[in-house]
Ligand binder design. Sequence first.
Ligand SMILES: [Fe+2]
Length: 328
Amino acid sequence: MRRHPNRWGFSDMGLGMGLRSKHYPDILEHNPPVAFFEVIAENYMGNFGRPMYLLEQVAERYPVMVHGVSLSIGSTDPLDFQYLGLLRNLADRLRVPWVSDHLCWTGVLGRNSHDLLPVPLTEESLRHVIGRIRAVQDFLERPLVVENPSSYVEFLASSMSEAEFLCRMAEAADCGLLLDVNNVYVSAFNHGFDAMEYLSVLPVDRIVYHHVAGHTHKGTHILDTHSDHVVDPVWELYRFCHERTGGRSTMVEWDEDIPPFEVVFEEVQKAAVHRRTVEGDDFSLPERPPPSLAPRREDNQAPHPAGLESPEAGDLFVREKNVEFAHE
Ligand SMILES: [Fe+2]
C-alpha cells in the first residue's frame, strides 16, 4: 500500500470516536485505546462550566478534534465573526491543527435552522464559498477541512456534480476535505449517482480526514441518522478510500440512540479490521491512549500528533453560550 501525503503533511492519527457525554465515565475511568476524540464545537464554545471541565479531563488524556455544525459557509449571511472568535478560542485551547465543518448552509437572515442544508452546485455559489473559506482560514490561522454533506434534494440550477464542486473548491480555496464515506453512500442512493466514481475523482492530497457512520434506510431514501452500525457497503467504500490515500485519520460517528461505549468502540475495531484488509497495512489499535495534547497546562507545548503546531490562543472575545446540538 502506498501512502499518499496530504498537502499539509498531516499524519494519520488512526481511529477515533465522537465524544459524547454519555461516555465520559467509560473514557475517564478506563482510558480506552482510542486514538482521538472529536467534539461538536458549538457544545463547548464560550462554555467554561462543567462541559468544558469534562472536556479538559478528556483532552489531558487524548487528542481532541474540533468539528463545527454552524459555520454556514454556504449562507448569504455575512460571516459571523463572533462565532468564529469562539471557534478559534476552542481550537487554540485544544491545539488542533485544523477545524472542520460542512459544505452547507444552516441559516439565513440571522436564523439558525440547526440543519445542514445543501448548496446549489453552481459557478456563483462556488465563488461565494471559496471566498468565505479563505476568509475563515485567515481568521482561524489553520486550514478549514470541509465535509461533503448528505442530502435529500438537489437544485435544478446546479451545473456540476458535488464531486466536481468539492475538487474545484478545495483547490481554489486551498482547504482540506473531510470525506464522510457514509454521506457519499447516502447521497449516492438518494440521488442515483455512483459512489465509487465520486470517490475516485476527489484529490487525495486534499483529503485529511474520514468520517464513517450508520444510517437509516427507508426504502425509497436513506436518512443520515448516525443512529446505527456502519453497514457493509460503507465499509467497502471506506476500504477503497483507505487504499487510495494510504491512510487518513478516521472517526466513527454515532449521535442518536447512542449505545454503551463498548458498542461504538466495536465499530472502531471494525474500522481497524477493514484497514488491515488493504494489502501492506498492518494497522492495529494502540494498547493504550496516545499522548494527549495536554492543552490545559501552560507548561505543555507538545506538538499535535497530526503534525502541525497550532498558534497560541489569542485574546479573543468570549461569551457564555451552551448550545446542545442534536448531531453533526
Ligand atoms: Fe460526518
